[in-house]
Design a protein around this ligand. Structure first.
Ligand code: HEM
Ligand SMILES: [Cu+2]
Length: 533
């Protein structure tokens, strides 16, 4: 087993300056890791306060106004400053060039600029939080956000606006890189599925994010100049805001899940020792999800005064998005079938993802059903639905990917026993937190209220108890991964015996990734297994 290489991207230069001015995609991935970990804790602190308030039916911990700020800032920080950048900016930045056999992204300096834009946006949002917060919800619905709220709406939307450019530029960078910098022999039909998912995600980032940027800019302009775009008193249309917002934000939920699906598609074949079942279907399913995702925004507006026919079309189209998602679940399952499965930490997270994503996706179909949505719209059922996907799906996949590629990124192994233990604690804590919310919502508990009737207390206490288990679970990887940086055994080039170009270079990789450009001669996930031998 080869030891850690003498010269690698981490020790090439130790100065702070060399990190802050780096154009190495691997270092930029690490910089994003630090940024989003910070925001994860900020968002988590707000979530803790929300769950504490909801322990008791009376609104006794904080004032209603404060509570509105807590859930708003939780959502804003988690969505725009953690979930959207998480897998693409950290794992995507780090792995994409390695998986393509390239030296770096197509535009390394643009990549560095993206990180600065992200942090600039994050600082503006933090400024808004520190100077008193914002209370509109992460959706900024008008006319409340444009006319009535007297919190820091302008500063917050400015922060999201600036961070949006980071998302757009990262998407552009990934698209060009995938087109131009593939190693010899790495045809499109040989690309790792993670690369396909990043490609589909990037298309959404480039096409949808500008719409959000313009929409939020309009809210800011309306607040500052009173021009009457959304304000009905000035001849504006508040529902127009919802159309524009969801035209971005529904596709954006796929920015939050497609990369997670990509990570799972990497992990499943490695730990089943089997070729990926239905590779081309899954690759094209990513593109289909990206395209269909643009056609379903109206399912957020079934009860906002949309025509019945409009509602029916959006309902039908929403059901269609479920098809490519279901194709993926089917193909992961078929890949597992008769595989020689081993339950290492990344695999536990991947299996958790598949189960939880399936629950989240299926409940999406409930919500896309017109009559059911009238009953559960704006209840905890919706909260449970999207947390099953965003936390049960995306965060599980993110942790799975972190563990899978940690040996590559750091050159060290993490303690496997602790890894499995944490994955199980997180799975249990997650379900205890969010499953009761399906029942709460179905029973009629509305979202965004700081007090509630007594009959909802038991389920709320279960949820808050689950949240503390979940928080403890998230704390564990923080501790043992840091520990492994110093004490973990050397990982070697390819600790999982995986295929894929990233495993052909040293761990941690040298600054320029590959000593010589690798050449690809095989299909992806080539594990000649029992069927063939
Ligand atoms: C099979 C695919 C899906 C369908 C059919 C679906 C359907 C829906 C519907 C109809 C709603 C509106 C419910 C309401 O407010 O009354 C909704 C809400 C939501 N969904 Fe999904 N969904 C799907 C997948 C996803 C995915 C993949 C994500 C995230 C990664 C997601 C995140 C959300 C969020 C964040 C909301 C709530 C937004 C808010 O009001 O704050 N959904 N979903
Ligand atoms: Cu949606």
């Amino acid at each position: 087993m080869d030891a850690r290489p003498a010269e690698n991207y981490l020790n090439a230069d130790y100065s702070v300056r060399s990190w802050l001015l780096t154009t190495d995609h691997k270092r930029i991935g690490i910089l994003y890791l630090l940024s989003i970990t910070f925001f994860f804790f900020v968002g988590g602190a707000f979530a803790t306060l929300v769950r504490l308030e909801l322990m008791t039916p009376a609104g006794d911990l904080v004032q209603p106004e404060t509570y509105n700020k807590l859930f708003s800032m939780h959502g804003i920080v988690m969505v725009f400053f953690f979930l959207i950048p998480s897998i693409p900016a950290v794992l995507g930045n780090f792995m994409l060039p390695l998986m393509l056999g390239a030296r770096d992204l197509a535009f390394p300096r643009v990549n560095l600029a993206s990180w600065y834009l992200f942090n600039a946006g994050g600082l503006l949002a933090l400024g808004a939080i520190l100077s008193g917060g914002v209370d509109t919800g992460w959706t900024f619905y008008t006319p409340y956000s444009s006319v009535f709220s007297n919190t820091h709406v302008v500063l917050t939307v400015l922060g999201i606006f600036v961070a949006g450019f980071s998302s757009i530029l990262t998407g552009l960078n990934f698209i060009v890189t995938t087109h131009r910098l593939r190693a010899p022999g790495l045809t499109w039909m040989r690309l790792p599925l993670f690369v396909w998912s990043l490609y589909a995600t990037s298309l959404i980032q480039v096409l949808a994010t500008p719409v959000l940027a313009v929409t939020l800019a309009l809210v800011g302009i309306e607040r500052l100049a009173g021009v009457g775009i959304f304000d009905p008193a000035l001849g504006g249309d508040p529902v127009l805001f919802q159309h524009l917002f969801w035209f971005y934000s529904h596709p954006a939920v796929y920015i939050m899940i497609l990369p997670g699906m990509g990570v799972v598609s990497e992990i499943v074949p490695v730990f089943s020792r089997k070729r990926f079942f239905g590779y081309a279907f899954v690759a094209f399913a990513s593109l289909a999800i990206a395209v269909l995702g643009f056609l379903v925004w109206g399912h957020h507006m079934f009860v906002a005064g949309q025509s019945l026919y409009g509602g029916m079309v959006f309902s039908l189209l929403s059901f269609l998005v479920a098809l490519p998602s279901a194709v993926k679940v089917f193909n992961w399952t078929a890949t597992l079938y008769k595989g020689s499965i081993s339950f290492e930490t990344p695999m536990l997270y991947a299996l958790g993802f598949i189960g939880l994503f399936t629950i989240g996706g299926l409940t999406g179909l409930f919500l896309a059903t017109l009559a059911v949505d009238v009953h559960v719209h704006d209840t905890y059922f919706v909260i449970a639905h999207f947390h099953y996907i965003m936390v049960g799906g995306m965060v599980m996949a993110y942790l799975g990917g972190m563990h899978y590629w940690w040996p590559k990124m750091t050159g060290r192994r993490y303690p496997e026993g602790w890894g499995r233990f944490a994955a199980i604690v997180i799975f249990i804590g997650f379900n205890l937190t969010f499953f009761p919310q399906f029942i709460l919502g179905y029973a009629g508990m509305p979202r965004r209220y700081h007090a509630y009737p007594e009959e909802y207390q038991v389920l709320n206490v279960m949820s808050s108890a689950g949240a503390s288990i979940l928080a403890a679970g998230y704390g564990l990887p923080m501790l043992y991964l840091l520990w492994s940086l110093r004490y973990g055994p050397a990982a070697g080039r390819n600790p999982w015996n995986a295929t894929g170009l990233e495993w052909r270079t040293a761990s941690p990789p040298p600054a320029h990734n590959f000593a010589e450009t690798p050449v690809v001669t095989e299909p992806p996930y080539f594990y000649p297994s029992r069927e063939e031998t």
